[in-house]
Design a protein around this ligand. Structure first.
Ligand SMILES: *Cc1c(COP(=O)(O)O)cnc(C)c1O
Length: 372
C-alpha cells in the first residue's frame, strides 16, 4: 500500500490511501480479490481471516479515525456492533443510551432476554448518571449525535469521570460514529476504546451496499485482536466487492459531506420558521436532522408519502436525500415522538430539496386537518 506524508489531512487521506504501490504500469486502484484461500507460506491462510480488498479499506478507515492499522471491516454495522457486544462476559452488564440505533436496542434486549447480559439504559446527556451507571459494567456503548433524537454526549467528560471513579476497572467504551463520520469527530482522540461504523451510510454514501467497521484505539491492540477473533470465528466478514464499493464511496466522503452539511444548515433555518413544524432537532453539524410535525403520526406519514424528490426509505448518508417517521419501526423506543421525521440531507440542489419538503409538509398537515 501507498504511504502518505504523516501530516496528510482527512480530505487527502480519503483520496490517497488504500492504493497499490506506485510503479510504472501499475493499476491506481486495488483489485476486488475474489479468493477463498491463499497459497501456503504467506501471511494469510484463509479468506475468513483477511482479504487484500478489505485491507485497503481498513487502511483508510484506521487513518481517518486516528487508529492507524487498527480497523476491521465487518459484514454490516450490526455485525460490527455484535462483535463489540461479544466482548462482554456471560452475565456482564452493558450501559447504553435510552435512545440509540434501534438495531442495538433489539440486540441488547434479545441478549438480555436469554440472560446472556444485563442492560442499563441512561440519559446520554447526563454525564454523572452515565458514569454512575457504569459501576461493575463491562461495556459502555455511546452514540452521539443519537439516533434519531440528536442528543449529544460530552464524551471527554464521561471518560474523565470513568477514569476518576473506576481507574483501570472502568468498562470498555465503544462509540458509534456513523452519524458524524470521522470527518466530523474522531472519538478515539477523546480516549474511547473502540469506534464502530455502519459504513453502509456516509462512508459508502450511495445506498448500494452494507458494511460495518470497528476501529480500536492505538493502545488497545488487545481489543482489536479479540474483535478480529470474533469476526473470524463468527464469520461476520464483508464480501470483497462490498469492501471495494465502500472504498470507492469513501473517495468522495469529504465533498459529499461538505455539500450535505451546508444544505442541512439552510434547511434547518427554514424548517425552524415553517408553520407545520413544531420542533427541529439538529446537533449543529453534519447532515442529519429530526423534525416533529403538526398533526401527529398520521400527518408525519402523509408528509413522508407526499415527497417526490426526498426518498421515503429507512437508512441515511446516501447522495439522495431520505426521510422517514422513525416510530413506524416496532423496535423504535416509545419515548421517540410519534410525529418525529428523521431527515438525511443528500447532495441534490438545496432549493429543489426545500421546494419538495415544503410542499410535502403543507400537504401532510392539510390532510391531517381534513381528517379531523
Ligand atoms: C444503520 C446503523 C447501524 C447498523 O448498520 P447496518 O450497516 O445497517 O448493519 C448502526 N448504527 C447506526 C447509527 C446506524 O445508523
Amino acid at each position: 500500500m501507498e504511504h502518505l506524508p504523516h501530516a496528510a489531512r482527512a480530505a487527502t487521506q480519503v483520496v490517497a490511501l488504500g492504493r497499490p504501490e506506485r510503479a510504472p504500469g501499475a493499476a491506481v486502484n486495488v483489485p476486488v480479490t475474489f479468493t477463498s484461500t491463499f497459497v501456503a507460506g504467506g501471511p494469510t491462510i484463509y479468506a475468513r481471516t483477511s482479504n487484500p480488498t478489505w485491507e485497503a479499506l481498513e487502511e483508510v478507515l484506521g487513518a481517518l479515525e486516528e487508529g492507524p492499522g487498527m480497523a476491521l471491516a465487518f459484514a454490516s454495522g450490526m455485525g460490527a456492533l455484535a462483535a463489540v457486544v461479544g466482548l462482554v462476559p456471560a452475565g456482564g452488564t452493558v450501559v447504553a443510551p435510552r435512545h440509540v440505533y434501534n438495531g442495538v436496542t433489539g440486540l441488547l434486549d434479545e441478549l438480555a432476554a436469554t440472560g446472556a447480559l444485563r442492560v442499563r439504559r441512561v440519559d446520554p446527556e447526563d454525564v454523572e448518571s452515565v458514569v454512575a451507571a457504569c459501576e461493575g459494567a463491562s461495556l459502555l456503548l455511546l452514540e452521539s449525535p443519537s439516533n434519531p433524537m440528536m442528543e449529544l454526549t460530552d464524551v471527554p467528560a464521561v471518560m474523565r469521570g470513568l477514569r476518576t471513579r473506576y481507574g483501570a476497572e472502568r468498562p470498555v467504551v465503544a462509540f458509534d460514529n456513523t452519524f458524524a463520520t470521522p470527518l466530523g469527530q474522531q472519538p478515539l482522540r477523546w480516549g474511547v476504546d473502540l469506534v464502530v461504523h455502519s459504513a453502509t451510510k456516509y462512508l459508502a454514501g450511495h445506498s448500494d451496499v452494507l458494511l460495518g467497521a470497528v476501529v480500536a484505539h492505538p493502545e488497545r491492540a488487545d481489543l482489536r485482536e479479540r474483535v478480529h477473533t470474533y469476526r473470524t470465528l463468527h464469520g461476520a466478514i464483508p464480501g470483497p466487492m462490498e469492501a471495494w464499493l465502500v472504498l470507492r464511496g469513501i473517495r468522495t466522503l469529504h465533498v459529499r459531506l461538505e455539500r450535505a452539511s451546508a444544505s442541512a444548515e439552510v434547511l434547518v433555518a427554514r424548517l425552524e420558521e415553517h408553520p407545520a413544524v413544531q420542533h427541529v432537532r439538529y446537533p449543529g453539524f453534519g447532515a442529519m436532522v429530526s423534525i416533529e410535525v403538526d398533526g401527529g403520526a398520521d400527518a408525519a406519514d402523509a408528509v413522508c408519502d407526499a415527497t417526490r424528490l426526498w426518498m421515503h426509505s429507512t437508512s441515511l448518508g446516501g447522495v439522495e436525500s431520505q426521510l422517514e417517521r422513525r416510530r413506524r419501526h416496532v423496535l423504535e423506543v416509545d419515548t421517540v415522538p410519534e410525529n418525529l421525521i428523521r431527515l438525511s440531507v443528500g447532495v441534490e440542489d438545496v432549493e429543489d430539496l426545500w421546494a419538495d419538503l415544503d410542499q410535502a409538509l403543507r400537504h401532510g398537515v392539510r390532510r391531517s386537518l381534513d381528517g379531523r
